[in-house]
Write a protein that binds this ligand. Structure first.
Ligand code: TXA
Ligand code: MG
Length: 325
């Protein structure tokens, strides 16, 4: 259900980078090179842009994304660095290291970028084009690997074209990527850092910095599908799915123009998209659940959301959130 758009592949010269930055600021999608693999970039602070990115990738679920910034100072506005995180950043940034950190207090990143989590994955890529694009855009960029969901990560602009032509606005071509595998992901959320994903920086190099403190992933033998590595956002209020009625003391998470009987009397109502637009609904999903979770309602009644387009991912997350208790 993705609308075909015209994809322009441009050599990553300064005018093309400036044009790509304008497109990002307007909520568009730009594939760009990093030192690891090509990323599919969107403005991390724009929920609708991030929703369009998920639609372009064809992901059946919302995985949290890596937020790319130009330098460590910008990273410090997004996440809270403990001593290990600071040491790792000092040693490996810019470079193929992603740090998962507690979100900073006034983190400007959209809820959908982190799939509603209170943690954030941040990285400072070591590529002149990535750096120039982030600087020109003046905002952090979410960038998953620029492939269709389930396909391998792209290390050239031709790979990106093969997967995403007709789904993204611009592909910036700067030749093959240097590292060729994704960044190493390390979570710094408790006393001991945890290696979440092996990647461009070897475990031994990480271990040299954290001096024997690297904790093993609790389920190292579990399937290493990337999405499995991140825990899911779970509200503390119960969710009642596919609700066609609503009663006090429930809150209502609505979708579309027609609300169920009783909606006028409930604790709180938030509408994912009064017009029934899936991009808008995805952009609002986590922020609305969070707000209703704080409303004091006994349960959150959730209207049915069609499974078309991003509806599959929206339903996946609603089902997970509802299964929590
Ligand atoms: O090298 C790379 O990291 C490339 C380039 C483009 O930068 N990007 C990349 O992104 O590989 P992606 O979306 O394919 O992988 C992101 C990974 C996923 O496994 C996701 O679960 C994990 O990062 N992740 C993101 N935020 C997280 C969080 N808050 N907690 C745990 N894991 C997180
Ligand atoms: Mg990927």
């Amino acid at each position: 259900m993705v609308v075909e758009i015209t994809t322009r592949t441009m050599h990553a010269e300064p005018p093309a980078i400036a044009e790509a930055a304008r497109i990002l600021k307007a909520g568009g999608l730009v594939a760009f090179p990093t030192e690891t693999v090509y990323g599919l970039g969107a403005d991390a602070t724009n929920g609708a842009a991030v929703a369009r990115l998920y639609a372009a990738k064809g992901r059946p679920t919302f995985n949290p994304l890596i937020v790319h910034v130009a330098d460590p100072t910008a990273a410090a506005r997004l996440g809270k660095f403990d001593a290990w995180a600071s040491a790792l950043a000092a040693k490996f940034w810019p470079g193929p290291l992603t740090l998962v950190l507690p979100k900073a207090d006034r983190c400007p990143v959209a809820q959908l970028s982190t799939a509603g989590l209170e943690t954030i994955a941040v990285r400072v890529p070591d590529h002149p084009v990535a750096h120039a694009l982030i600087e020109a855009g003046g905002r952090p960029l979410v960038a998953p690997s620029a492939n269709r969901s389930g396909h391998v990560s792209p290390t050239s602009a031709a790979h990106v074209e093969a997967d995403l032509s007709g789904r993204v606005d611009v592909i910036l071509d700067a030749g093959p990527t240097r590292v060729g595998v994704e960044s190493t992901i390390v979570a710094c959320l408790s006393e001991r850092p945890v290696l979440l994903r092996p990647g461009g920086i070897a475990r031994s190099a990480i271990e040299q910095v954290v001096a024997g403190s690297l904790a093993a992933l609790a389920r190292a033998d579990a399937p290493q599908a990337p999405g499995m590595l991140a825990s899911h956002y779970a509200p503390s209020t119960r969710l009642r799915l596919n609700a066609t009625t609503v009663e006090t003391p429930e809150a209502l998470l609505a979708f579309g123009p027609t609300l169920p009987p009783g909606a006028a009397y409930v604790v709180a109502v938030l509408n994912l998209s009064p017009a029934g637009d899936m991009i808008e609904a995805a952009a609002n999903l986590f922020a609305h659940i969070r707000a209703l979770d704080r409303s004091g309602a006994r349960a959150i009644a959730v209207m049915p959301v069609p499974r078309e387009g991003l509806g599959e991912a929206i339903n996946d997350r609603l089902t997970r959130a509802a299964a929590r208790r």
